[in-house]
Design a binder for this molecule. Structure first.
Ligand SMILES: Cc1cc2nc3c(=O)[nH]c(=O)nc-3n(C[C@H](O)[C@H](O)[C@H](O)COP(=O)(O)OP(=O)(O)OC[C@H]3O[C@@H](n4cnc5c(N)ncnc54)[C@H](O)[C@@H]3O)c2cc1C
Ligand code: FES
Length: 558
């Protein structure tokens, strides 16, 4: 305290003492007089004045005492206030007062703990906020299918599966593609989790990842998987379309028709049980449709060719796709109508799903209210109004597809608006067809389907014209293996490779899976089906060994 302040406080204190003393004397006299007069009200008033005078006297005295004890003005006032309020004098221990900034250590430590607690909460909230922002931006970049990202695969966005060259209609629905193609092919074991019988000859196999959900790859509706197994000491590979949609990420399903003499389909039907594992490779294939760039889709299927179509239908209805979906199928008999109940159920739920089936024959004990007989041109026109302006996917046995292609051409559908996948069997494994003139156009598709299924027409048999077949005129050289063999015009590069033990991987043998892709180093080849080749493949000289034939000398990288 400055000396000036001390002088000022002391003067004020003495002033209070003298004023209070005088007031006290006066109040004492007043009280005495009122008591003599027995005036109670005056006594009460005098007593109050005595208290006020005493308080003033005490405040002055307390100030003088504080000055004498060198207390700060704030402490003087505090002491006086405590005494007035009958509060015990503050007892500040030496330890309490020893902290920095005049604060006690207890005060400092508790404030530090509270501050640290508040800072921790703020840091947690900030990191949660950062994580949510990162998650939202990842989801908006990747689209809703981020949930089906491949486990153990790079997270970079894979390139889109090439779309067919279909002109985009003016009012095309541009729905975001939610299904995603894998940038690389996955291979490994999958466990059979369930087996369902669909029809007397068709079973569905549900496959899961052995180590649990989700399935270890992503795919686009319409793609297929390639299975391999050692059957009676021989490794066999076959492709099967994925029938379950990409929206169901905990399993994939394939639906397989048992061929009476078929090696792999019989193996699956007769020797595979729940709990077994299967070697799987895939997904592959460009016969895809994810709802983008089209306002409607026409799916035409023959027999078991309905499997990729079912994947598309299940996917689009799962997504509530706003476009019209037309499914037209040729079925041999009511008993063999695969997915019939599910399609009827979906049709009741989704007014934009139109199913038309031509059933050649009604099986005993079954009912059929739909089209009976052949899948004719009239039936297609009736089932799909304005078919010439719609995108069409066609799948089934090759002869049935040829017949439908001709009908579509007659209806004025541009060829580049039609996308196809042949379920031809492994051509090389079927007894080779005898050279014969091309068969006449069949009466109807259903009849043709019937011929295929009863064996009257060898399924997937390539058209071999007499003029082409004959003795080898050329040599096929395999650069890596250092081997060479004659190349007859009716044999493919794959068939010749197999005959001299040059390993070339294959699966479908009908030009759709792409597993037999090989580099052509010299010469020229023709290929009947090139569905599995991209423009880049063609530009870089990649060929499909299962399709490649030649009349001249050829060298391949195998
Ligand atoms: C991309 C793609 C997707 C496919 N998706 C499916 C699908 O979803 N579901 C499906 O069921 N199939 C599908 N297939 C067909 C499948 O790959 C097989 O071709 C089919 O299961 C037949 O294989 P397999 O081994 O049983 O018959 P194979 O042994 O290859 O025999 C083929 C045919 O020849 C006949 N045959 C064989 N040997 C003889 C003989 N000595 N005498 C007379 N006839 C004989 C068989 O009966 C059979 O019809 C698909 C094919 C491809 C290319
Ligand atoms: S084996 Fe499938 S394209 Fe050749």
């Amino acid at each position: 305290m400055t000396p000036e302040a001390r002088v000022k406080i002391e003067a004020e204190a003495r002033d209070r003492i003298s004023t209070g003393n005088a007031a006290l004397v006066q109040a004492y006299d007043d009280y005495h007089r009122a008591m003599m007069n027995n005036d109670i009200a005056a006594m009460s008033a005098a007593a109050s004045r005595q208290r006020a005078a005493l308080a003033e006297l005490e405040s002055g005295t307390a100030a003088l005492r504080a000055l004498a004890e060198s207390q700060a003005p704030r402490q003087v006032a505090l002491t006086w206030f405590r005494s007035q309020m009958n509060l015990a004098p503050a007892t500040v221990s030496a330890a309490d007062a020893a902290g920095p900034f005049g604060l006690s250590w207890f005060h400092l430590i508790s404030m530090t703990v509270v501050t640290l607690f508040a800072l921790t909460l703020a840091a947690l909230a900030a990191s949660r906020h950062r994580r949510s922002i990162a998650l939202v931006s990842r989801l908006t970049r990747a689209g809703p299918a981020a949930a089906v990202r491949t486990v153990g695969q790079p997270t970079a966005a894979p390139p889109a599966v090439p779309s067919p060259a279909v002109p985009k209609p003016a009012d095309a629905i541009s729905s975001p593609p939610l299904a995603r193609a894998n940038s690389s092919t996955w291979s490994g074991a999958m466990r059979v989790a369930a087996i369902h019988r669909e029809t007397p000859h068709v079973k569905t196999f549900r496959l899961v990842a052995p180590e649990g959900n989700p399935i270890p790859f992503t795919f686009v509706p319409g793609q297929f998987l390639t299975f391999s197994a050692k059957v009676d000491g021989k490794t066999i590979r076959r492709s099967y379309s994925i029938a379950s949609p990409p929206t169901r990420t905990s399993y994939v399903e394939i639906t397989v028709k048992r061929e009476d003499e078929g090696e792999f389909s019989r193996y699956l039907h007769d020797r595979i049980f729940v709990g077994d594992t299967l070697q799987v490779r895939g997904p592959s294939g460009a016969f895809t449709f994810d709802g983008g760039n089209a306002d409607s889709i026409v799916l035409i299927a023959g027999g078991v060719g309905i499997t990729p179509m079912m994947c598309v239908i299940r996917y689009l209805t799962d997504l509530t796709w706003p476009g019209e979906i037309f499914l037209v199928c040729a079925v041999r008999n009511t008993e063999e109508f695969i997915f019939r109940e599910e399609l009827e159920y979906l049709q009741r739920r989704w007014p934009k799903l139109h199913v038309a089936a031509a059933v050649a024959a009604r099986s005993e004990g079954t009912a059929w209210m739909g089209l009976e007989g052949q899948l004719s041109k009239d039936a297609i026109v009736h089932a799909v109004p304005g078919i010439e302006r719609r995108r069409i996917h066609l799948c089934g046995p090759p002869p049935m597809m040829d017949a439908i292609r001709r009908i579509l051409a007659e209806l004025g559908v541009p060829p580049d608006q039609i996308k196809t996948e042949a379920f031809g069997p492994a051509v090389g494994l079927v007894p080779p067809p005898r050279p014969s003139p091309a068969p006449p156009l069949p009466v109807s598709v259903t009849e043709l389907l019937h011929k295929v299924e009863t064996g009257a027409v060898p399924p997937g048999a390539p058209e071999v014209r007499e003029a082409e077949a004959g003795p080898a005129t050329a040599t096929l050289s395999f650069a890596r293996s250092g081997k060479a063999a004659p190349l007859p015009p009716d044999k493919t590069v794959l068939e010749v490779a197999e005959s001299i033990g040059v390993p070339i991987d294959y699966s479908c043998r009908v030009g759709t899976c792409g597993i037999c892709k090989t580099n052509l180093l010299a010469g020229q080849v023709t290929m009947e089906v090139q569905d599995a080749l991209t423009d880049e493949d063609k530009a870089s000289g990649t060929i499909l060994a299962c399709q490649a034939r030649s009349l001249g000398n050829v060298t391949v990288d195998a």
